[in-house]
Design a protein around this ligand. Structure first.
Ligand code: GYE
Length: 333
C-alpha cells in the first residue's frame, strides 16, 4: 500500500514539475531569406554599348533606346563605341565596375572577342543581353539575343535578285559588305549566296564598304573602272547601296534599270530611293528593338528565364509596289 502511495506521489510531483517548467525556448525560426527584391523599370539602370553612329539604321536604333528609356522611366547609360572594338570592350569593363549598372546590353561590333568580359560580368552578377547583333558561342554567358535573322535577310535579297535577273544572259552581281567580322556582314552574305547561287547568280565582286555611302560609292567606282559587266548590286545596308547608285549614275548607267539594286534595312532613305526609281528592293531590318530589350532586361534582373533568341519581325519592300507612297508615309524610321 505504502509503495503504491509513494509511486502516485512521485507521478503527481512529476506532472506538476512538467506543467510548471518554463517552455523550452522555441527552436529559432529558420532565418527566412529576405524576399528577393522585385525590380521595376524605375529602379533599373541599363548600361548600353552601342556600336557607333554609322547610318540611318543606327540612328533609329539609338533613338529607340533613348526614347523608350525615358518613356519607361529607367536609367540608361549610353556608351558610343565609335565603331571601335577595343573601345567597346573597354566600355563593357567600365559597366562591370560601375556599381549603378544592373544590366549590360550590347550591340557587338564583331562576333568574337567577348569571352573574358562575359565571364567577368557573370562573376559580377550582371546579366548581359545582346541587342541587334549575335556573337559566336558563349550562349551560357548571356541571357538572350534580341535581333534579326540576318541569314534570312540575305536569303530574301537573293530570292528577289533571282526574280529580277530571270532570263538575263549573264547574272554577275557585286556585293557591298558591312564591317568585317560583324554578324550581319557574315550572315547576310551567307544567306544571299544560298538563294542567289541557286538561280545561277555569280557574286563576282565582294568587298567591305563599312556600312557607309562614301565607301559604297568608292568601291563601286573602282569596280566600274575595271568593268561594266554587272547586272545586279547587293548592298548589305541602305547606305552602301546609295553610294553605288551615285557611282552608277556618274558612270552613265541607270540604277535599278541597267543594274538591279537591292539593299537591307528599309530606312526612310531607301523608301525615297525607291520612290525616285533608283532602288528596286529593300529588305527590312527593324531597329526599334529597345522595348523588347528593356522588357528582357527587367525579366532577367527578376530572375526569369528567357529564350536564347528573340527574333524581330521583318518584311520586304518593292519599288514597283503601287502603294509605296502610303507605305513610306507610314514608316517610323
Ligand atoms: O543593317 C546597318 C548597321 O547591325 C543590323 O548595322 C545592324 C546593321 C544595319 O550599320 O545599317
Amino acid at each position: 500500500m505504502f509503495r503504491a502511495k509513494l509511486i502516485a506521489v512521485i507521478l503527481l510531483a512529476t506532472m506538476v514539475l512538467v506543467a510548471c517548467a518554463p517552455a523550452a525556448p522555441a527552436a529559432p525560426a529558420a532565418t527566412e531569406a529576405p524576399a528577393a527584391k522585385v525590380y521595376t523599370y524605375a529602379d533599373m539602370t541599363v548600361g548600353f554599348l552601342q556600336t557607333g553612329s554609322e547610318g540611318g539604321w543606327r540612328a533609329a536604333n539609338s533613338q529607340s533606346f533613348k526614347e523608350t528609356a525615358t518613356q519607361l522611366g529607367l536609367n540608361l547609360k549610353f556608351y558610343d563605341s565609335q565603331n571601335d572594338l577595343a573601345r567597346q570592350v573597354a566600355g563593357f569593363q567600365q559597366f562591370i565596375q560601375d556599381p549603378e549598372v544592373d544590366v549590360i546590353v550590347m550591340s557587338p561590333l564583331e562576333v568574337t572577342g567577348w569571352e573574358q568580359v562575359l565571364k567577368d560580368a557573370q562573376a559580377a552578377g550582371k546579366p548581359v543581353i545582346l541587342s541587334d547583333r549575335r556573337i559566336d558561342g558563349f550562349e551560357d554567358l548571356y541571357v538572350t539575343f534580341i535581333g534579326a535573322d540576318f541569314v534570312e535577310e540575305g536569303r530574301k535579297a537573293g530570292t528577289e535578285m533571282c526574280k529580277m535577273l530571270e532570263g538575263s544572259a549573264s547574272k554577275n552581281v557585286w556585293e557591298l559588305v558591312g564591317n568585317v567580322g560583324a554578324a550581319p556582314a557574315i550572315d547576310r552574305g551567307t544567306g544571299f549566296r544560298e538563294t542567289a547561287e541557286a538561280c545561277g547568280i555569280k557574286v563576282v565582286k565582294s568587298q567591305t564598304a563599312n556600312w557607309s555611302v562614301k565607301e559604297g560609292k568608292e568601291v563601286t567606282e573602282a569596280w566600274l573602272k575595271e568593268t561594266k559587266d554587272v547586272q545586279g548590286i547587293f548592298g548589305q545596308n541602305d547606305e552602301m547601296a546609295f553610294g553605288a547608285i551615285e557611282a552608277l549614275k556618274e558612270a552613265g548607267l541607270v540604277p535599278a534599270v541597267d543594274v538591279k539594286l537591292i539593299s537591307v534595312d528599309a530606312t526612310s532613305g531607301a523608301f525615297q530611293a525607291m520612290l525616285d526609281g533608283t532602288l528596286n528592293v529593300t529588305v527590312e531590318c527593324n531597329p526599334l528593338l529597345a522595348p523588347q530589350v528593356y522588357e528582357a532586361a527587367l525579366a532577367a534582373l527578376n530572375g526569369e528565364s528567357l529564350p536564347k533568341w528573340i527574333p524581330s519581325q521583318e518584311s520586304v519592300f518593292f519599288m514597283d509596289d503601287p502603294n509605296l507612297k502610303d507605305v513610306a508615309a507610314g514608316r517610323k524610321y
